[in-house]
Design a protein around this ligand. Structure first.
Ligand SMILES: C=C1C[C@]23C[C@H]1CC[C@H]2[C@]1(C)CCC[C@@](C)(C(=O)O)[C@H]1[C@@H]3C(=O)O
Ligand SMILES: O=C(O)CCC(=O)C(=O)O
Ligand SMILES: [Fe+2]
Length: 376
């Protein structure tokens, strides 16, 4: 079926009683409206503030750590430990990821997000699922809609038996057709690369906590992760909206590639502080699941993404997640008084997908949800 490129306006101008929830699609985000629909306007205390301070985030030279040079290893351990205990964010350089892959993956996002809405809807994300295309999470949330479109994939590394498991590429071709073969190959390679990089970072995190270097690496070797493309169209009134609302990542470790458009902010020492894009550096942050795995020693912190009136912002986020049935509990060396109950990632994922919009209280609310379910 040929795509109709001029889609009829799909949202109902006069909100009728019968139809309380207006439906938006990406045309709202991409047609520079003078009037921002109310559903995208955040409450005053959450609206983005201008000129926030820059957060001093340590830069970890990963090549230095992996060289096993005692001084460089020690420096990397100290830097990552301080950051992880305070706000959970650090930058990695000399990460070994091909710059051409980073650049191609960033540019290629336009191929999908600039295509007509009906083309993008071929990959429409289904309620309760993590994969697929979503525009402002239409139908999932009623207010505080994020000013963004996303395309999310599930990723799991090739294992011995299925040496051709190409979860990302297969998904793209299945939903978008053979014309997306090259597109799928790039993001398949990207996800594999980020999975390998996250395992190296897990070695560093294990050593920085004084536990076996391989402990976390082995826990995530057979990860079942989420890889997401974030597309933030420019907005005529960027001071009213948020690209991604305040949240802690419920996942374990996030590797974020920013472009040259700033927008990432972290809530540290009671104020929003920005992490501006640094060429060749990737942003890494601790998620809720890893905070639980470290018995609360390393912190999963509140962050958000703001937009601007001049340029579209594009980021690529690899969310490392354990195999769904693995029990999330800290190693005996870190036990002591438990900060969180044992749980599986599939339970926390179900909670954030079907019952709770991830924010700054996800783990606490999840613990209460588990108690009410009688899970412990
Ligand atoms: C497990 C996940 C849920 C979200 C994507 C991954 C990790 C981050 C989560 C998210 C980005 C936190 C803010 C709210 C959210 C709804 C979003 O704005 O996208 C979250 C993602 C999601 O539930 O789709
Ligand atoms: O795009 C960004 O800068 C941050 C996105 C983010 O925090 C997320 O997707 O979890
Ligand atoms: Fe996040």
């Amino acid at each position: 079926m040929e795509c109709i490129t001029k889609l009829p306006q799909r949202f109902n101008k006069n909100k009728s009683k019968k139809n309380p929830l207006r439906v938006f699609d990406s045309t709202v985000l991409n047609h520079q409206l003078d009037h921002i629909p109310q559903e995208f306007v955040w409450p005053d205390h959450e609206k983005p503030s201008t000129n926030v301070p820059i957060l001093q985030v340590p830069v970890i030279d990963l090549e230095g750590f992996l060289s096993n040079d005692p001084f460089l290893v020690s420096e990397a351990k100290i830097l990552v430990s301080e950051a992880a205990k305070q706000h959970g964010f650090f930058l990695v350089t000399n990460h070994g990821v091909d710059e051409r892959l980073l650049s191609t993956a960033h540019t290629l996002m336009d191929t999908f997000f600039k295509s007509p809405t009906c083309e993008k809807l071929k990959a429409q994300r289904k309620w309760g699922e993590t994969t697929g295309y979503a525009s402002s999470f239409v139908g999932r949330f009623k207010e505080n809609l994020p000013w963004k479109e996303t395309l999310s994939f599930s990723f799991s590394p090739k294992n011995k038996s299925e040496n051709h498991s190409q979860t990302v590429k297969d998904y793209i071709i299945k939903t978008m057709g053979d014309g997306y073969k090259d597109f799928g190959s790039v993001y398949q390679e990207y996800a594999e690369t980020m999975s390998n990089l996250s395992l190296k970072i897990m070695e560093l995190l294990g050593m920085s906590l004084g536990i076996k270097r391989r402990h976390f690496r082995e826990f995530f070797e057979d990860n079942e992760s989420i890889f997401r493309l974030n597309y933030y169209p420019k907005c005529k009134q960027p001071d009213l909206v948020l690209g991604t609302g305040p949240h802690c990542d419920p996942t374990s470790l996030t590797i974020l590639q920013q472009d040259q458009v700033s927008g990432l902010q972290v809530f540290v020492e009671n104020q929003w502080q920005s992490i501006p894009p640094i060429p060749h550096a990737l942003v890494v942050n601790i998620g809720d699941t890893l905070m639980a795995l470290t018995n609360g020693i390393y912190k999963s912190c509140l962050h958000r993404a703001v937009v601007n009136s001049d340029m579209t912002r594009k980021t690529l986020a690899f969310f490392l997640c354990p195999k769904v049935d693995k029990v999330v509990k800290p190693p005996s060396e870190l036990e002591g008084e438990r900060a969180y109950p044992d749980f599986t990632w599939s339970m926390l994922l179900e909670f954030t997908m079907k019952h709770y919009r991830a924010d700054m209280n996800t783990l606490e609310e999840f613990t209460n949800w588990l108690k009410n379910k009688g899970s412990f």
